[in-house]
Ligand binder design. Structure first.
Ligand code: UDP
Length: 449
């Protein structure tokens, strides 16, 4: 995307500062820092990032931003994402005072010179609306999920503890249960997010109009506030540098040696885990497919283990170089690699978008909470560029799914469908495209505060 506005206009915008507050999880830090870069480089705003000391971003990758750390007050046992909802709710309590103090200091001119135009926080930071109101500062929400997902939970009638996936397309699906240790807690959590997002001055989506237009139309009826679809964020700049873990570059050198569109890339994101049996079924399914695979096994993916101990005996010898296992991959580069034929994903929204952007068909399976369930349903049944592994993980199912997507005509059709969307996405970021225009509207909107 090109720079817009003359130089003096950008200089003038530089004098307006935006304060951004990411939720401290990889899938939330990435889009918030990408958004910060877009608003800095493309719209000319100055940027301050407030962050917790848990999972603090690497400030040295962003020398042009100002970073403010607040104490989150988490004890060693509380600093765990094992129960994500409990963790997020706790942070919404513990961060109130330190966040308020930090923001008040910034507004009082303590530190950065420029005039603060508004606050941009992750939707999951619902407590920040009251803080923004008390300081008379507009708050814009960054929703790092799909609109389709938000629509299912936020548009009435929301059923207690259930996502009712009605789509604008040809099917009515059964309800999908959210798995959580405490269903009342998740219900309260979602209600708080919905209420405080409604009270905000607008929503920024990491999505593009051509992908989610119908869901957006529906959502707008319930949320008559400005919506800005300026995504996909990661396509504005080369691969992101907000990874909390080191990305293993051998992923790319290994891919370089594989035939075109032959590799299944497997990653379940930064949070979810599998049990030992599931892990072994995955390993056998990959091995039995006889196709090359690049598999991200995060340390701790299988609870209670260090890394690869639960692999079947002699697994690595058996696959004899046909598979490559890493702890963390440069995912965007991997998906952009010509050897990758499919992405087996948990359907986190960042992963889903990254796959769409590179035209890589998907296998959706074991998505386990939040938007992953809804995203998987859309990928397989609405957009139809992926397969949904709905049953429990079983080696025969896995092997068949991989072969269907990479080798069979069905997979070829999926690739054609996703390529059509990829082409639309490419256009939306160019001058006059939907995301381009939406970024202009967002910039003007912020300048009007
Ligand atoms: N990611 C990565 N390397 C990996 C796996 C994932 O850099 O090996 C990145 C991926 O590109 C995405 C993010 O981590 O931007 C995961 O976000 P997502 O919303 O897909 O899932 P979550 O981690 O929130 O469950």
């Amino acid at each position: 995307m090109e720079n817009r506005g003359d130089h003096s206009h950008l200089q003038q915008r530089k004098k307006r500062r935006l304060v951004l507050f990411p939720q401290p999880l990889q899938g939330h830090i990435n889009p918030m820092l990408q958004l910060a870069s877009i608003l800095y480089h493309k719209a000319g705003f100055s940027i301050t990032i407030i962050h917790t000391n848990f999972n603090s971003p690497n400030s040295s990758s962003y020398p042009h931003f100002s970073f403010r750390s607040i104490p989150d007050g988490l004890s060693e046992t509380e600093a765990s994402t094992a129960d994500l909802i409990a963790f997020s709710v706790l942070l919404n309590v513990k961060c109130v005072v330190p966040f308020q103090d930090c923001l008040a200091e910034l507004l009082g001119g303590g530190g950065d010179d420029d005039d603060v135009a508004c606050l941009i926080t992750d939707a999951n930071w619902y407590f920040t609306q009251a803080v923004a109101d008390s300081l008379k500062l507009p708050r814009i929400v960054l929703c790092p999920t799909s609109i389709c997902f938000f629509n299912t939970v936020a548009a009435p009638p929301m059923q207690e503890f259930y996502f009712n996936v009605h789509t604008d397309f040809q099917f009515e699906t059964p309800v999908l249960e959210i798995q959580t240790r405490d269903p009342e807690n998740i219900n309260r959590f979602i209600k708080n997010i919905v209420k405080q997002t409604k009270a905000s001055s607008g929503i920024i989506w990491n999505s593009f109009q051509e992908l989610e237009e119908l869901a957006l139309t529906n959502l707008k009826q319930e949320f008559p506030i400005p919506h800005f679809l300026i995504g996909p964020f990661h396509k504005y700049f080369p691969a992101s540098s907000s990874s909390l873990l080191a990305q293993d570059q051998t992923s790319i050198s290994w891919l370089d040696k594989q035939p075109p569109k032959s590799v299944i890339y497997v990653s379940f994101g930064s949070l979810i885990g599998v049990n030992e049996t599931e892990f072994q079924e995955i390993a056998w399914g990959l091995a039995n497919s006889k196709l090359p695979f690049l598999w991200v096994v995060r340390p701790g993916l299988v609870q209670g283990t260090e890394w690869l101990e639960p692999l079947p005996k002699n697994f690595l010898e058996m696959i004899d170089g046909r598979g490559h296992i890493v702890k963390w991959a440069p995912q965007q580069e991997v998906l952009d690699h010509s050897s990758v034929g499919a992405f087996w994903t948990h359907c986190g929204w960042n992963s889903t978008l990254e796959s769409i952007c590179e035209g890589v068909p998907m296998i959706c399976g074991q998505p386990c909470f939040g938007d992953q369930l809804v995203n998987a349903r859309y990928v397989s049944d609405v957009w139809r560029f992926g397969l949904h592994l709905e049953k429990k993980l079983e080696r025969g199912e896995i092997e068949r799914a991989i072969r269907r997507v990479i080798r069979e005509a069905e997979g070829q059709k999926m690739r054609e469908r996703i390529m059509i969307l990829k082409d639309k996405m490419d256009i939306c970021l160019t001058r006059g495209g939907s995301s381009y225009q939406s970024l202009e509207s967002l910039t003007n909107y912020i300048m009007s505060f």
